[in-house]
Design a protein around this ligand. Structure first.
Ligand SMILES: Nc1nc2c(c(=O)[nH]1)N[C@H]1C(S)=C(S)[C@@H](COP(=O)(O)OP(=O)(O)OC[C@H]3O[C@@H](n4cnc5c(=O)[nH]c(N)nc54)[C@H](O)[C@@H]3O)O[C@H]1N2
Ligand SMILES: Nc1nc2c(c(=O)[nH]1)N[C@H]1C(S)=C(S)[C@@H](COP(=O)(O)OP(=O)(O)OC[C@H]3O[C@@H](n4cnc5c(=O)[nH]c(N)nc54)[C@H](O)[C@@H]3O)O[C@H]1N2
Ligand SMILES: [Mo]
Length: 858
């Protein structure tokens, strides 16, 4: 018998639900036939729900939040996803946003892939036949074997997206890839989320304060990070901090939701942040507001640089000095001066307090030559002299007196926390901006202390414990994504597969929307350069439509997984709330089945004797047992009950970057997992925070010190000088409130909230100059492509900016791709070293010029 609720429309049966969503989700732009539930007076709902169970699990898109969720399951169906509130520190709960809580629409929605698919039509057409797992796996194994035999296994590229959301299931595929010898593509630089100033300056992949620490900051300077949208759940901490008296200043070309919540919004021209930061650093130095003891101890400011060749002076070169015995090869002893020349030991940070920061001296080298040298600080001071308030005002649009005032405030209100947003470093010179911004907390001694530092919050990339036993049974081979689109460069350090990339396997990502810069990837698929494409997803995305084989994956609510995020310091377990729908399976199961077919020897790694969930639990136990100090003592049983804080060296296990370096004077860098310290310590050979970089590429580009370089000059104009003047709008593709990238692109409710229409945000004055009115269908274009959407006029937007929120599936854009306007620029300083996802060429989404016109006007 149907219960009362169902009759009232309180809940839809799955069949009804599918019908309703199929009817409304097909086309954007059509009025949604949403049904509204309005309770009738007196129709009280009295019947109890039967067989209700709650399963504690996590929402796991790539959004950095990793919200604990309680799935309410009735009769084997998920009826509601509810925020969990079981964090030992109540400040972290409750978690969950409208995107995550309406994920039900994706689990039961019309785009859910029900069975394995093999392509029948053209690539991109989305025509498939449903096949058995047996057939899909046999076919895939056969094709992969053929390609490996012809071109080598490294010609098969594997894209897996960020690790933090899936140590077990992603780990299974990474393990398979390393055993077979495929080229692994690291998601962090592929996403553009790798802030290259981190390895360059601090020798690490990325670091960040946990949000609870935001409450300890007295000054929070946010450079282009839209916390209110992109860190929605933890945005609360920012509001609380501000209510407690923390000053919050947002630097953004646009009046963002975060700017709206700040004490002060500083509007600056796109990609001019380095000029501003260097102008502020100038004030801090000129007015002696810097922390002298701090920079002498922890940074390279006292190290001497040769004026003849622009390189740091090494102890080994100097008459009477020597490199200390027993130094590891990735370390170098440089030189400082306090009346006499000192070999600076790279693993002992303390220096005599009287080492000089300013001045110029002459040094005799071992070969008898005399060279003139200056401390880094002296060079920086001279370099900053040109960043006067007047120059900064001209470059950034920020009034000169504001620059001076903010510099004084930042230098004197401690602790200072600088947040550097992804959109802001996803520019060609994002590394320079980051190096300039890092000067603010370093000069003022705001590193390694509660509430202090510099943070970048981008993606759930972070590997916080040792994963080797599960992930790397073989030795991985890596290839940065940009080379696949761009082709290899002379400076490339990664190993290019001798026959290029001939096949692509992707999971947990939608590269044909999210990464098809310049439509290159689609071309590679259509022209057959890619001979085989396989995708793992639960939704039939644009990328699946380009695939030859599609494997239906279990959603987060249908499998066991281990989740961590850089944003909050908890480890959580994803636990299956329901059985996988239709014929969906977990990725571990798929990897195991494929492994059996590729080489029966491989399958051993995946607990072949166990069912897929028990196998996943075994993998969790293996990861916990071999994960090292951050997970010491954490058990599967504990995780089944709720979130467990990861361990750290900081009191209370807090996440405070460089705490050990600063409090215990340990050399930089701390380890960036999964890389070995040998791989990353070479980035900062001095063992200190380095603002002076003397590798060839930095010298050649005039970037030994952080410098402001305007956008587009070395990218768009270098590629094609003729577009100067032709395209004058910056194409900024910020993240949407309604999606996580392209996940939720097809979420019925999220699309209703946007009137089912992609928007093109414009300043009203720019729109008026083009004859564009609110709501007009407009076309944003450049020589590479175009995308259409409806004009939304926003007076808070900077001039000559088009904002198009990234993540729409191309089916909502009439088949166009918003990423066809972007381009895979590779900056030479990103090629100095290659450590996957840590020092690698990073994607610069925002480095694209465009123009806009009413659709139909040519
Ligand atoms: N809702 C939602 N949340 C998300 C995501 C999502 O897709 N949806 N994605 C997650 C992921 S993986 C990431 S990487 C993060 C990214 O999150 P954020 O780092 O917040 O990035 P965006 O939202 O792209 O842009 C933030 C701001 O940067 C500004 N900006 C652009 N260029 C410049 C510039 O040159 N200078 C300055 N000062 N500001 C600039 C934009 O105007 C915008 O207001 O969000 C995460 N959170
Ligand atoms: N122009 C422009 N492009 C951008 C950006 C930008 O700002 N501008 N932002 C970039 C950034 S910061 C990022 S992080 C990337 C993100 O881009 P992607 O990593 O491609 O992220 P999504 O588009 O969310 O795609 C994730 C896919 O994985 C699937 N998925 C989720 N969970 C699972 C699972 O458990 N198993 C399997 N098999 N599949 C799963 C989802 O259904 C979805 O289709 O986009 C980048 N692209
Ligand atoms: Mo990202």
């Amino acid at each position: 018998m149907k219960d009362k609720n169902e009759k009232q429309g309180f809940k839809l049966s799955r069949r009804q639900f599918l019908k309703a969503s199929a009817a409304t989700a097909v086309l954007a732009g059509t009025a949604g036939a949403t049904r509204y539930f309005i309770p009738k007076a007196g129709a009280e709902n009295t019947s109890p729900l039967k067989e209700v169970k709650y399963v504690r699990t996590t929402c796991s898109p790539n959004c950095t939040l990793a919200c604990g969720i309680r799935a309410m399951v009735v009769d084997g169906q998920i009826k509601a996803l509810l925020p969990s509130n079981d964090y030992p520190e109540p400040e972290y709960g409750p978690r969950g946003c409208l995107r995550g809580l309406s994920f039900i629409n994706l689990i039961y929605g019309p785009d859910r892939i029900k069975k394995p698919l093999i392509r029948t039509g053209e690539r991109g057409a989305g025509e498939f036949r449903e096949v058995s797992w047996e057939e899909a796996l046999d076919y895939t194994a056969k094709r992969l074997k053929e390609i490996a035999a012809r071109y080598g296994p490294e010609s098969i590229g594997f894209i897996f997206q960020v690790g933090g959301t899936g140590h077990v299931q992603k780990g299974a595929w990474i393990a398979l890839a390393t055993m077979v010898g495929w080229s692994l593509i690291h998601p962090y630089d592929q996403n553009g989320d790798l802030p290259m100033f981190w390895p360059q300056t601090f020798g690490v992949q990325t670091e960040e304060l946990e949000p609870l620490e935001w409450l300890n900051s007295r000054y929070t300077a946010i450079f282009g990070s839209n916390i209110m949208v992109t860190r929605l759940i933890d945005a609360d901490f920012l509001i609380k901090a501000r209510n407690n008296g923390t000053k919050v200043v947002v630097f953004d070309p646009n009046y963002s939701p975060t700017a709206a919540k700040a004490d002060e919004w500083v509007q600056l021209k796109p990609s001019s942040d380095a000029a501003l930061a260097l102008g502020m650093a100038r004030v801090i130095i000129e007015e002696k507001l810097y922390d002298e003891a701090f920079i002498k101890t922890y940074s390279d400011m006292p190290l001497l640089v040769r004026l003849d060749n622009g390189r740091r002076l090494k102890a080994d070169e100097v008459k009477g000095l020597a490199r200390p015995d027993g130094l590891p090869p990735y370390r170098e002893a440089f030189v400082a001066y306090n009346g006499k020349l000192l070999a600076v030991h790279p693993e002992k940070l303390e220096l005599p307090p009287d080492v000089i920061l300013e001045g110029e001296i002459e040094v005799e080298l071992k070969d008898g030559r005399l060279v003139r040298v200056k401390p880094v600080f002296q060079l920086l001071k001279e370099h900053l002299a040109s960043y006067t308030p007047a120059y900064v005002e001209q470059e950034t649009g920020v009034p000169g007196d504001t620059v001076v005032r903010l510099a004084r405030e930042m230098a004197t209100t401690k602790p200072l926390h600088v947040i550097y947003g992804a959109s802001n470093y996803q520019w060609y010179h994002g590394d320079l901006k980051g190096r300039a911004l890092a000067l603010l907390p370093v000069l003022t001694g705001n590193i390694g202390k509660p509430g202090a530092g510099i943070s970048t919050y981008a993606g759930q990339y972070k590997i916080r414990f040792n994963v080797k036993e599960w992930w790397f049974p073989g030795s991985p081979r890596w290839l940065p994504w940009l080379y696949i689109l761009h082709g290899p460069t002379p400076g490339m350090k990664a190993r290019w597969p001798k026959n290029g990339i001939k096949a692509l396997i992707f999971g947990w990502g939608n590269p044909f929307d999210q990464h098809n810069m310049a439509d290159r990837l689609r071309q590679m698929a259509i022209k057959g350069e890619l001979e085989f494409i396989a995708g793992l997803d639960f939704s039939l995305t644009t990328s699946c439509r380009y695939s030859d084989v599609v494997f239906p994956a279990a959603t987060w609510y249908e499998k066991t997984e281990l989740v961590t995020t850089p944003l909050h310091p908890y480890m959580q377990l994803q636990q299956p709330a329901i059985k996988p729908l239709y014929e969906a399976r977990s990725e571990l199961w798929m990897a195991r089945e494929l492994a059996k077919r590729l080489d029966p020897g491989f399958a051993k790694h995946f607990f072949p004797e166990l069912d897929e969930n028990t196998a996943a639990e075994k993998a969790v136990e293996l990861l916990l047992a071999t994960g090292g100090p951050p997970v010491a003592g954490i058990t599967l049983e504990q995780l089944k009950k709720g979130p467990v804080r990861l361990k750290s060296e900081v009191p209370g296990n807090r996440q405070i970057p460089f705490y050990e370096q600063v409090q215990f004077k340990k050399p930089f860098p701390p380890v960036s997992r999964p890389a070995a310290i040998e791989a990353t310590a070479q980035f900062v050979k001095s063992g200190r925070i380095e603002f002076y970089k003397d590798e060839d590429a930095f010298i050649a580009l005039g970037e030994t010190l952080p410098v402001h370089k305007p956008p587009f000059e070395d990218s768009e104009y270098a590629l094609n000088p003729e577009i100067k003047g032709k395209y004058q709008f910056a194409y900024i593709t910020r993240n949407s409130l309604y999606r996580v990238h392209s996940t939720h692109s097809n979420n019925l409710w999220m699309n209703e909230l946007q009137d089912n229409k992609p928007k093109v945000f414009l300043n009203p004055q720019d729109a008026a100059a083009k004859g564009i009115k609110e709501g007009d269908l407009v076309e944003v274009y450049n020589d590479r492509g175009r995308v259409r959407g409806y004009a939304a006029l926003d007076p808070g937007l900077g001039r000559k900016i088009v904002v198009f929120e990234q993540g729409w599936w191309s089916r909502y854009l009439n088949g166009d791709s918003y990423n066809s306007l972007t381009y895979p620029f590779i900056k030479p300083t990103h090629e100095v070293y290659f450590v996957p996802g840590i020092w690698a060429p990073n994607t610069a989404w925002n480095e694209a010029l465009c123009d806009v016109r009413k659709a139909g006007e040519v």
